[in-house]
Design a protein around this ligand. Structure first.
Ligand code: 26V
Length: 825
């Protein structure tokens, strides 16, 4: 704070006041907004008033940030994403504004627990899972690294659905996060653009021009994302659709209210709901409309700003980086070409050059079924001019391929942007590759496999276009906020005090402390207190008692076959059978906690949730087990739940079939918070194990090469059952209805599928998994040694901060190097 300021000056903003002044200002604000005294104000009113107070500060910082970027003419990055899984914002904002102490004092003086106020804020769950949360961590790091940056997304009225469980079965409920208003957003009605759909393309001399059949308005809602230890911010701009004519008065006068309101209805469906299936593209027209709406509004916005700042578009690629978070915003390619050529008079060649300079694209999955394609017919109807430009780009690219590989007709046919098999479709990943200057995967293994498998042909043609940027997570949310106990320890033990929050590599200084008895004890104490907090949450949500001294074994993520929650459940059943067979033996008590949502139409994933519940019921009620094994499914997993669960975990399950999980980011959050990992040689697990030291990791199972060989040889799952009586017993119990006595046949299909197909090689990894779990039990039995191992894990996680990830993107892809801030002494 500026020493010259008088802390009692009433014109000062909240962050300029003394702690006393800020406390009083917060109390005043609560009273003014709610109309009753702070003591009588409900928690939700407290939450809103605190958010509004922060928003005012942040708005000012946004103005300053934008003004200074305008003046300096700096290059900006624009991160286009259909998903931003932001979670709650208040505690992050308070920390960034230095208002935590004042908030705490104010709340307590009114008789409220600060945490109760914070928990009144609904999660902004505008994303499905890893991809959306990564985008949110990126915004935090972009702001903190002082990178001129915009996130662009959609303002969904309903985000990720709320998950309810009835009799073990998942049901979905809309998540009405805007019901009580959103205290964070700044509506910017002055920022609006027109977005067209349908219609036809007309020729004007040499030129082609699109005459849309229907036009919507896009207006901006801004979220200010504070940086840590800087006044700079990142802006998340979310678009809202509105009809150009909300009421058709002619229809209204006829009494035809449906037609009179049709345009309004059509516009509002764009923002209606996030598509909640992250495993298969729905291929629905509404999704295509959403994608185009995001892309068109964002590009018009950034072009308008570019022209205002630079007066011309010939240096667009030099001053603007545009990043595609997966192919969901891939219509950026034809839309940018269209805007530059049709609206701004650029030539094809010049437009393509600017496009390639500006654009870059991240691939987030190798699963072939998740790669987006759109029917040509749908594009013809909805975006006819864009389809022309895609054809033109395809001809241009295939010409290039023909010149360089003149004899390889098969290659030329394979790499077309149009899939000609059956119904003709546009392939969005190739479209993004061809129009970008860099394409990256999200871990070393993933990036290697990407160029060896799904994009091998493109890598042959464009070898320098592909690179790797390993994911990370923001240590502000996932360590400082989520784990205050551990953070206090780090502050005390690391030479730079607080500054690991922006220099996470400092965690390496903990390595020598792995053998320090006192530090080990402190680490165990912090963990125990986090486990007690989790036990309290489980008791509140499920009425279930879990033992904070037991090994807390956590598997939380979207439910997918490749993530192998089912393998975990097989292991749980094997353990249950072993304990029941020898109840007198010395078993290491364990609580196995699952959480995660299944896509609503993903029947197998839903069946796995059902099985977890069925197994939990049997195990938890069996007196022979006597608390030595508990199985918990915590409903409605999301960012806020993760913030409680992760710091409490002893063991992190990262057990995807090798070669299927692109990176994982939960894996990083766990290790950073002092959990051990049991995992396969997959995604970022590999780089984590190498950073931490393989000896400090529980690695098991087939690696990606072995998985490929096994499949090539003709994988026979039954062979593993014949060799392994424990596995046989587990499958038999499930198939015979031991966990579903009222419906014996419930899991017969599931078991048949394992025996006959087992696409994700659960049975091949089962024995190794059990063996690794036994090593876990052994080590957990020696609690001090265990603590030493977890310290090695925390110490090795310095690399996995999104600050490092964003620096990589900025330097190697966006062409906007980041000045390094010196760490404190
Ligand atoms: C795919 C689709 C398909 C179309 C409909 C909606 C939709 C929504 C999301 C997705 C994305 C699936 C890809 C994804 O989330 N990948 C995850 O990305 C993380 C961040 O890079 C990474 O850590 C995970 O390993 C990867 O599964």
């Amino acid at each position: 704070m500026d020493e010259q300021l008088n802390p009692n000056d009433p014109t000062l903003t909240l962050t300029e006041l003394s702690e006393d002044g800020a406390t009083q200002a917060l109390l005043d604000r609560v009273e003014r907004e709610s109309g009753v005294t702070p003591k009588r104000s409900p928690l939700s009113a407290w939450m809103r008033a605190a958010a509004h107070a922060c928003r005012a500060e942040l708005a000012e910082r946004m103005n300053q940030t934008l003004r200074s970027d305008r003046k300096s003419g700096a290059k900006r990055v624009h991160y286009l994403s259909m998903e931003f899984l932001m979670g709650r914002a208040l505690s992050n904002a308070l920390a960034a504004l230095g208002l935590e102490a004042a908030f705490k004092r104010a709340a307590e003086s009114a008789g409220h627990q600060p945490r109760d106020v914070l928990e009144r804020e609904p999660d902004a769950a505008l994303g499905n899972g890893g991809l959306g949360r990564l985008a949110a961590c990126f915004l935090d790091s972009m702001a903190t690294l002082e990178l001129p940056s915009f996130g662009y997304g959609l303002r969904y009225e309903y985000g990720m659905f709320d998950q309810h469980i009835h009799d073990g079965a998942q049901t979905e409920e809309p998540s009405d996060w805007l019901r009580d208003g959103n205290p964070w957003e700044l509506h910017r009605p002055e920022i609006h653009f027109r977005v067209g759909f349908g219609g036809r393309v007309v020729s004007e001399g040499q030129d082609r021009r699109w005459e849309p059949g229907e036009t919507l308005h896009a207006t901006a809602y801004d979220f200010v994302v504070p940086g840590y230890a800087t006044r700079r911010v990142a802006v998340l701009r979310l678009w809202q659709a509105a009809p150009s004519r909300p009421i058709d008065f002619a229809a209204f006068s006829r009494g035809d209210y449906a037609s009179a309101g049709a345009a309004k209805q059509a516009a509002e469906t764009i923002n209606w709901v996030l598509y909640p299936d992250d495993s298969t593209p729905a291929g629905r027209e509404l999704r295509l409309r959403q994608e185009y709406f995001l892309v068109s509004a964002s590009l018009q916005d950034l072009i308008a700003r570019h022209i205002a700042d630079h007066g011309r578009l010939t240096n667009l690629g030099e001053k603007a980086a545009i990043h595609l978070n997966d192919t969901h915003p891939a219509l950026t390619v034809p839309e940018l070409l269209r805007l530059l050529i049709d609206e701004h008079g650029m030539t094809w060649e010049a437009a393509l050059e600017q496009c390639q300079r500006a654009l870059s694209y991240t691939n987030h999955t190798l699963m072939p079924e998740a790669l987006e394609t759109w029917p040509v017919r749908m594009l013809e109807d909805l975006l006819p001019r864009h389809l022309e430009l895609i054809y033109q780009l395809n001809a241009h690219f295939l010409g290039h391929v023909t010149r360089h590989f003149p004899d390889d007709n098969e290659l030329i046919a394979r790499v077309s942007l149009i899939d000609e098999q059956g119904e003709r479709r546009v392939r969005m990943a190739p479209l993004s590759i061809v129009a970008s200057h860099q394409v990256n995967g999200v871990s070393k293994l993933h990036s290697d496999l990407m160029v060896e498998t799904i994009f091998a042909d493109y890598a042959q043609i464009l070898p320098r276009r592909f690179c790797n940027v390993t994911n990370g997570v923001t240590p502000r949310r996932w360590l400082a906020q989520a784990n205050p106990e551990l953070s206090t320890l780090l502050d005390r033990r690391l030479a730079g005090g607080h500054d690991w929050r922006t220099h996470l590599e400092r965690l390496a200084e903990l390595r020598p402390l792995a053998d320090d008895a006192e530090f080990r004890a402190e680490i165990l104490a912090a963990k125990l207190s986090n486990k007690q907090r989790l036990a309290e949450l489980v008791r509140r949500e499920l009425g279930l008692i879990i033992d904070p001294d037991s090994l807390i074994d956590v598997h939380i993520k979207r439910i997918h076959e490749y993530k192998r929650q089912l393998l975990n459940i097989l292991q749980v059943i094997a353990r249950y059978q072993a304990i029941s067979a020898a109840p007198e033996a010395d078993w290491q008590p364990r609580t196995v906690l699952f959480a995660g949502k299944a896509a609503s139409a993903y029947h197998k994933a839903k069946l796995i949730i059902r099985l977890i519940h069925d197994v939990a019921r049997v195990v938890n009620s069996d007196p022979r087990i006597d608390g030595r094994l508990r199985v918990v499914f915590l409903p409605n997993y999301g960012v806020s739940a993760a913030e409680v669960i992760i710091p409490a975990a002893d063991l992190s399950e990262q057990i995807s079939t090798a070669g299927t999980e692109a990176s994982g980011t939960g894996n990083m959050k766990f290790a950073m918070n002092g959990a051990m990992t049991i995992g396969t040689w997959d995604g970022a697990n590999i780089e984590m194990a190498e950073a931490v030291g393989r000896d400090h990791f529980f690695i098991f199972g087939h690696d990606a090469d072995e998985v490929r060989e096994l499949r090539n040889e003709g994988y026979n799952p039954r062979a593993y059952v014949e060799d392994n009586p424990r596995l046989f017993k587990v499958l038999e119990a499930i198939a015979s209805g031991a966990f579903s006595p009222a419906d014996h046949a419930r899991y017969r299909g599931l078991v048949d599928n394992l025996l006959n197909r087992d696409s994700y090689l659960l049975l091949a990894d089962f024995a190794a998994y059990l063996e690794a779990q036994a090593r876990v039990d052994m080590l957990f039995g020696q609690r001090e040694r265990w603590a030493g191992e977890t310290i090695h894990n925390i110490a090795g996680m310095g690399y996995f901060s999104t600050d490092r990830t964003i620096r990589d993107y900025a330097e190697n892809i966006w062409g906007m190097p980041v000045p390094t801030r010196e760490p404190d002494a």
